[in-house]
Design a protein around this ligand. Sequence first.
Ligand SMILES: C[S@@+](CC[C@H](N)C(=O)[O-])C[C@H]1O[C@@H](n2cnc3c(N)ncnc32)[C@H](O)[C@@H]1O
Length: 286
Amino acid sequence: MDKKNNYIDFGERGRFNTANKLNDLTGKEWIKFTKSWFIHRPPRRKTDEILHPAKFPETLVEEFIAFFSKAGGWVLDPFLGTGSTSIAAGRMKRNSVGIEINKKYFDTAASRIKKEKFSSQIHTLLGSSLKIDKILKQNNLENIKFDYTITSPPYWNQLERNSIRQKGRKEKGLDTIYSDYKRDIGNINSYEEFIEVQAKIFDKIFDLTKTLGYLTIITNNIYFEGKLYPLAFDTAVSLTKRGDKSWVLKDEKIWMQDDKALVALGVNNAWVGNRHHQYCLNFRKE
Ligand SMILES: C[S@@+](CC[C@H](N)C(=O)[O-])C[C@H]1O[C@@H](n2cnc3c(N)ncnc32)[C@H](O)[C@@H]1O
């Protein structure tokens, strides 16, 4: 350790400043993550892991968790799916809580987590995040203040509506709706209502987050019946207009998916884009 300057030299990784308030990264690693876009090439998934139609790679979540929290911190995912965030948090030595409404995905998450030996606390809870405060209380977890939330909510009701990609999902044996539960926000048909209910869940998460804690929402704009629904943009704006529960929008990071095949959309007729990116929206509680 360079005592005068409070640096620890991690060799190839660079130098870690012991005054770093946010994470355990060196300056070199910190700067690398601040680029506004990224391409992520995760290791190939085992077939028993391709059980969710919209799963994000654990290795991608690990990179975000590494930036927005320290080892021993608490990470939340209110739309857990098959448990990628819990697994990433465990691997990164963070504690975590994940909430999932669909019993099938919840069971998959629980069995995937059981297969790994984590030294941190990993809580997987079945229920609706609309009632997150009650669920945490029932499980004696109501006193946790989260350092970081990373999640990917349903993209409105698009899993059900998007016919071309649906065909591919059906062929792979993947679900084309998440569930028929009333509280599954992917079953809300009105776009405006979806934006409001989604924002209500993040109001609750605001109360559960430490001051200066971060939130990352992975979502996208949606092209449907000839027009673009700016879901990612409306999500970003809606969370900043919640009175005393307003999140501060800090930035977007664009996840470039350069490994998706191009589909012939609108050829010789009209513009329809091949949407091969997703938005990672970063907010902070201030
Ligand atoms: C885009 S997926 C998340 C996938 C997850 N990131 C993964 O890697 O598996 C959205 C998830 O939210 C769940 N969900 C929808 N409404 C919910 C609610 N009210 N409370 C909790 N989970 C909900 C769905 O069942 C679905 O699994």
